[in-house]
Design a protein around this ligand. Structure first.
Ligand SMILES: [Zn+2]
Ligand SMILES: [Zn+2]
Length: 735
């Protein structure tokens, strides 16, 4: 065992223990230790009223309850205990995010049947025989089996994935296409070999890899920003840190922002270490989740690749956490427990003596500031791997371009696209707007079609032949007649989405092969992955994409990126708008010229002199971050000050405004720490799913007991029935 491993407190039969359950009761409850005793961290089953529920032995009992009425723990589960380090992490994460502790325990025990011991289960595998009679349902089953990539799968899981009844599965077993066998429930993962040869690294990569490995070898906590331009080979570098971690006999976790990226990543891990790692994300079956949860606790899974919730797995000995594309907004959990996985990774690592690697070409401003101040170490990978160079970036001044109405591609950009097609290369047209048109307006009365449940305009999706609310997902057909004035045939699409851009491209470049990459056009992560592979192999001349193209896909033939509307992210008063636009534009531009051909990125803009656009074009990143940091410091905004967003919602607009107003007036606990409160104001989206949303913003200086003051302040009033209150510490958007 490495550093920091302490022996957990042991309790003899009959001793009072405090057990935290996943029920919403707040504090641990007293129970008596069962026959054979128990240890702090043990997962147990305890009686709660007439039920039996899952719990964790949190420590000594309080003893403030009539001893004769204290009931014994029913049994200790056959699972690795949650270690002291893990319980400390849950407690501190709960304190930081103002989340009730039972909810944190629920996050940490999200695997089925944790109470059941090792056993076997019936699983299915393909025999290789083709079905004699191919029905659509049967084909779907075979397709689904493929999705699991050889992992064991039960009949129920397979039926659910394929969307068929279990009768179809039984039919395939009978026909000899599938075979049933008994498999142990929880099998250790194949061992990874860190001593297989690594890929050839450039001098810069080798140097960075050595620095990371040395940090891992210390066995102490530390965070490193691994900053490298797109294509500089960050993955190869941090895989060497993983290798060192495995050599130390500790476990590693790699967080990825997008499930669609995991498949390619798993192949790279296999190439480096000789076997695939364990996976944890929403696409993994519940059987696999249980297996992973149990194996991680006994050290039989060395490397986990997963989504943000993998941070709450009960690692036996975590030595390294990599947060890839650490600036990505998907690391912020926006529902339920509100947390930022990047910050929680740093918290967890600091408790268990692990290293954190934050990898990005365009780090979050917070990360940049922490590196600048010396709180984080910083390693820079400057050269792109191999011959690839950063693309040249230029603005197209749209004020000087003559565009016909309902046309979005300038003549300058179009000529460049034509040149690429002629040269057998690819062009990407980027527009961060899903659907056909963002607004549907009545030409007779000016009415804009909105969602009936939300304060949001409905977006036309011609592909679906419907209007869609991007807030709540409600859909309806495009109306023939105006819902307001009933005039027929006057409804018109205004503004471009990717689907409409695709129409223009088809007219403007007849004969070109066009591929549209937008998350809503693909039913499954696998379909998206296939489309990406087809493009990478040269199966398209023009790619039209939303922000999903910015996320680390490799298109070797791509040499031109055209940003249709570089001004899109600059509007609005969100404090992060500049940072987001900068990151997104740099990431998208980074798609061009990744192999041996140099790339060009062209930004269509109406404000080429805007500081953000100029920073993007000059590539003067450090100047941009410094200027942004100075503005945040002036505003007392994160990371220089503390902020919390409070969103209150209720079906009745008066109820929610009254309550928010009352809360704002009772600001004593906040004033006591010098904090200021802003609002109430309607939230950026003032109504979602029929609930009116009101927002308060609290700002405080750093170094004040911020969470404690917030908890005291919000706890003063009893919530009216059906009123929801959510506190978001370090909100992503400051509106
Ligand atoms: Zn109308
Ligand atoms: Zn809606």
């Amino acid at each position: 065992m490495g550093k920091g491993v302490r022996v957990s407190e042991r309790f003899a039969e009959g001793d009072l223990v405090g057990v935290l359950t996943t029920e919403p009761l707040g504090r641990p409850l007293d129970y008596k230790a069962p026959a054979g005793g128990c240890t702090a961290g043990d997962l147990v089953e305890v009686p709660l009223g007439p039920r039996r529920v899952l719990g964790c032995v949190w420590g000594k009992g309080e003893g403030n309850f009539d001893i004769h009425r204290v009931r014994p723990v029913t049994r200790v589960l056959d699972a690795a205990p949650l270690r002291d380090e893990m319980r400390t992490f849950l407690q501190r994460a709960a304190d930081y995010t103002l989340t009730p502790l039972p909810q944190m325990l629920r996050l940490a025990t999200r695997a089925p049947d944790l109470g059941a011991g090792p056993a076997t289960r019936r699983v299915l595998r393909a025999t290789g025989r083709e079905p004699a009679r191919e029905t659509e349902a049967r084909l779907r089953v075979m397709d689904a089996l493929d999705t699991f990539g050889g992992a064991w799968v039960t009949a129920g899981e397979l039926a659910a994935e394929a969307g068929v009844s279990t009768a179809v599965i039984k039919g395939l077993v009978k026909a000899g296409v599938l075979a049933e066998e008994d498999a142990p429930r929880d099998l250790p993962y194949p061992r990874l070999n860190p001593n297989l040869p690594s890929k050839d690294l450039s001098d810069g990569q080798a140097e960075a890899a050595a620095a990371l490995a040395a940090a891992v070898a210390t066995g102490d906590y530390g965070t490193t920003l691994l900053k490298g331009v797109t294509g500089s080979g960050k993955t190869e570098v941090y895989l060497e840190a993983v290798a060192e971690c495995l050599r130390q006999g500790r476990q590693a976790l790699v967080l990825l922002p997008e499930i669609a990226l995991t498949a390619g990543f798993l192949d790279r891990v296999e190439a480096r270490f000789g076997a695939k790692p364990a996976e944890w994300h929403s696409g993994v079956t519940s059987t696999e989740r249980r297996r992973l949860w149990r194996m991680i606790g006994v050290g039989e899974a060395q490397l986990v690749v997963g989504a943000r919730s993998a941070l709450f797995l009960p690692f036996r000995e975590l030595g390294l956490i990599v947060v890839d594309e650490e600036h990505d907004t998907s690391y912020k959990q926006e529902e339920g427990v509100l947390y930022n996985a990047r910050d929680m990774a740093v918290l967890r690592a600091s408790i268990c003596g692990a290293q954190v690697v934050l990898a990005s070409a365009t780090p979050a401003l917070e990360t940049w500031v922490n590196a600048d101040s010396g709180k984080y170490r910083r390693l820079d990978l400057t050269a792109r791997f191999g011959a690839a160079e950063l693309p040249e970036m230029r603005a197209i001044d749209m004020r000087a371009e003559k565009l016909a109405s309902n046309r979005w591609i300038s003549e300058t950009l179009a000529r460049q696209v034509e040149a690429r097609i002629a040269a057998g290369e690819q062009a990407l047209l980027f527009l961060n707007r899903r659907g056909y048109a963002p607004v549907t307006i009545c030409r007779a009365c000016g009415h804009q079609v909105g969602c009936t449940e939300c304060d949001a305009r409905m977006v036309e999706h011609r592909f679906l032949k419907r209007l869609v609310c991007h807030q709540c997902g409600a859909t309806r057909p495009v109306p023939e007649a105006c819902p307001a004035c009933s005039v027929e045939g006057k409804m018109a699409a205004v503004g471009p989405g990717v689907e409409r851009l695709a129409e223009e491209v088809a007219e403007r470049f007849p004969g070109a092969r066009v591929s549209v990459l937008s998350s809503d056009l693909f039913g499954t992560a696998r379909a998206l992955k296939e489309a990406i592979e087809t493009i990478a192999a040269g199966g398209a001349d023009i790619i039209i994409g939303t922000q999903i193209v910015a996320k680390g896909h490799n298109f070797p033939l791509l040499t031109l990126v055209g940003v249709i509307d570089a001004d899109l992210g600059l509007q609005g008063s969100d404090l992060r708008a500049a940072e987001r636009t900068f990151q997104l534009m740099r990431q998208v531009a980074g798609r061009a010229g990744r192999a041996d051909k140099p790339g060009v990125a062209l930004l269509q803009t109406h404000q080429p002199e805007h500081p953000v656009i100029r920073a993007i074009l000059t590539g003067n990143e450090e100047d941009f971050w410094r200027a942004e940091a100075a503005e945040r410091r002036m505003a007392g905004a994160p990371p220089y000050g503390r902020m919390a967003g409070i969103v209150l919602s209720h079906p009745d607009v008066a109820v929610v405004f009254d309550f928010a107003g009352e809360l704002a007036r009772r600001d004593g606990p906040l004033r006591a720490i010098g904090a200021q409160i802003y609002g109430p104001a309607p939230a950026p989206i003032a109504r979602v799913r029929g609930r009116h949303r009101v927002r308060l913003l609290v700002k405080a200086e750093r170094g004040t007991p911020f969470q404690a003051a917030l908890a005291e302040w919000a706890g003063q009033l009893k919530l009216p029935a059906n009123l929801r209150l959510a506190i978001d510490i370090d909100p992503q958007s400051f509106l």
